[in-house]
Design a protein around this ligand. Structure first.
Ligand code: ZN
Length: 286
């Protein structure tokens, strides 16, 4: 699954190529891609036609295109293999092209939703007063959002009877942090993933948030090189920032800080990677 930085790279690409353009036609080539739209692909296309796309927005890993003057937005579910591509309209169709959007004021390019495994899709939703698609109204702000409230996050951590990695992945507390960047931030902060949050001091919360933001900003700056290209890709080979990971996927390799072999532990149907020396396990695990 793409995480926040990958989704933000796509959002910036869409802002450059799709914002303020008017939909001429939205063609659904595979019904599964709009399965969340119960009225079907034909209806989906009709509801987009003639409307101007606003500035693409993101909260956590969720990405949407507002449709101006409708009070609605198109939410993109990228799933495991979904891609939003901006292509010259002369480019041959991708094998797994699911939805094509043409614009009245950009005749040379089109927006394509391509998805090999069809777990992803596009759906249309009413906006909340805050301008969020209503289905994601419960998603917390992400740590790169200027309105993210560090103090409220700290208080929520203290109140919850939970452990730190669970809290980082809880989309109602903080959004956009997935398994990979949670492990990276915890390694940087030297905090074990099972550390209970109830005892977190304000400086520790601040340190952790700082590392979460650093990890994401570092990933964003790596992905930034592709903003100028026409091809916007989230799940493609160049879309992931794994070359600079310090924790995730490094089982048995020396910790880049102390040289101790890194460990991997099964954790909630996933894995947690950590340094047993830099990230000491809490004495009493919850
Ligand atoms: Zn270490």
């Amino acid at each position: 699954m793409p995480e926040l930085p990958e989704v933000e790279v796509v959002r910036r690409g869409l802002e450059r190529w799709v914002a303020h353009r008017t939909v001429a036609e939205a063609e659904v080539l595979h019904p599964r891609a709009v399965r969340r739209h119960v009225a079907g692909g034909e209806d989906f296309g009709q509801r987009l036609r003639g409307h101007r796309v606003g500035v693409p927005s993101r909260r956590g890993k969720y990405l949407w295109l507002p449709l101006e003057d409708t009070g609605q937005s198109v939410l993109a579910h990228l799933g495991m293999s979904g891609q939003l591509l901006v292509q010259p309209h002369t480019a041959p169709d991708e094998k797994h092209l699911r939805v094509r959007v043409r614009f009245t004021d950009a005749l040379d390019t089109e927006l394509r939703f391509v998805d090999q495994r069809t777990f992803g899709g596009l759906s249309l939703h009413d906006n909340t007063p805050d301008g969020l698609p209503d289905v994601i109204a419960h998603i917390a702000r992400d740590p790169l959002d200027p309105h993210f409230d560090d103090e409220a996050f700290h208080q929520a951590l203290r109140r919850r009877r939970t452990t730190v990695k669970r809290a980082l992945l809880d989309q109602s507390l903080i959004s956009g942090v997935g398994n990979i960047y949670a492990d990276e931030a915890l390694w940087r902060a030297r905090v074990h993933y099972e550390r209970p949050t109830a005892g977190f001091t304000r400086p520790r919360t601040q340190l952790l948030l700082g590392h979460v933001r650093d990890v994401m900003n570092a990933a964003l700056s790596q992905g930034g090189t592709s903003f100028d290209s026409l091809y916007v890709n989230v799940n493609g080979e160049s879309g992931y920032f794994d070359r600079s990971l310090d924790a995730y996927g490094r089982e048995g390799l020396p910790c880049r800080r102390c040289g101790t072999p890194m460990r991997r532990r099964a954790w909630m149907n996933r894995s947690s990677y950590y340094c047993p020396r830099c990230q000491r396990a809490p004495r009493v695990s919850s």
